[in-house]
Write a protein that binds this ligand. Structure first.
Ligand code: GLY
Length: 253
């Protein structure tokens, strides 16, 4: 069970962050409301939420998930792959130092974004992406091995981060979209395929007894509900405009 979440309030410079979407400029005030609703949802799941102040030096800094990999044993500080995001992890390290005895880090020339790291029980999938290089992924693999976790590297073709299109919600249920659907690595799981027109919604999160899902993607919402999961739907439109999703907005541990 997760007990804590760390989030960061949306930067006033949010609109200048990295994005490949063609959905237009995010509405800052709407983003603040959506972020606040996200925090309420995490609290409903039973988490104690630590909200960090906005850091306007970093437009993408609300996407805290990329700054670290956290589990019940340790925190691993990322070395973010995008130049404009390098440095976001510095303050996160100070925060995680207060929660963890064991804190390790990815060092250059390794790069790694937390969004490329998916935990499935005691195994991790690590995406090799535009942000995470093989050196960074292998560093993470070595660190996690010391704590009893195994890792499998997955080369990404299209999506920005692994968890953009691949998410585990427990009980062998893997949410799979796009380039991951036919990948033999995932065939031993109960695959919940996400249709192309709903691919954005693949980035959902299981938080204790709930699955948080983007509002408006009824096919996936129905598929996940039919597994017996309790679903919380959230409006996340302004974060989608900046290539962000539900997982990106928090570190959960
Ligand atoms: N805008 C989120 C990212 O590209 O890292």
């Amino acid at each position: 069970m997760f007990k804590h979440a760390i989030v960061r309030t949306v930067s006033k410079n949010f609109q200048y962050g990295l994005t490949s979407s063609k959905l237009g400029k995010p509405d800052y005030n709407k983003a603040l409301i959506q972020h606040s609703d996200y925090i309420k949802a995490l609290r409903k799941c039973g988490l104690k939420v630590l909200t960090l102040e906005t850091d306007d030096r970093f437009p993408d800094s609300t996407f805290v998930e990329d700054t670290a990999v956290v589990n019940e044993d340790l925190a691993i500080i990322a070395n973010l792959g995008a130049t404009s995001r390098k440095g976001e992890e510095i303050e996160i390290r100070k925060v995680l130092d207060k929660f963890y005895e064991n804190v390790e880090s990815i060092e250059k020339p390794g790069t790694l974004d937390g969004g490329d790291v998916l935990r499935v029980e005691d195994q991790y999938f690590i995406g090799i992406s535009q942000r995470t290089n093989k050196v960074g992924a292998l560093q993470l693999k070595e660190i996690l091995k010391k704590y009893g976790y195994s890792c499998i590297l997955v080369k990404l073709k299209e999506v920005i981060h692994l968890k953009t299109g691949l998410v585990y919600i427990g009980d062998k249920n893997l949410i799979v979209s796009g380039e991951f659907i036919d990948n033999p690595l995932f065939q031993n799981y109960n695959i919940i395929k996400v249709d192309e027109d709903e691919s954005y919604a693949a980035n959902c999160i299981r938080v204790n007894n709930y699955v948080l899902l983007a509002n408006g993607y009824e096919k996936l919402i129905n598929s996940i509900s039919s597994l017996g999961c309790k679903v919380l739907k959230l409006d996340i439109t302004e974060f989608r405009k900046m290539d962000g999703g539900l997982s990106c907005l928090s570190l959960r541990f």
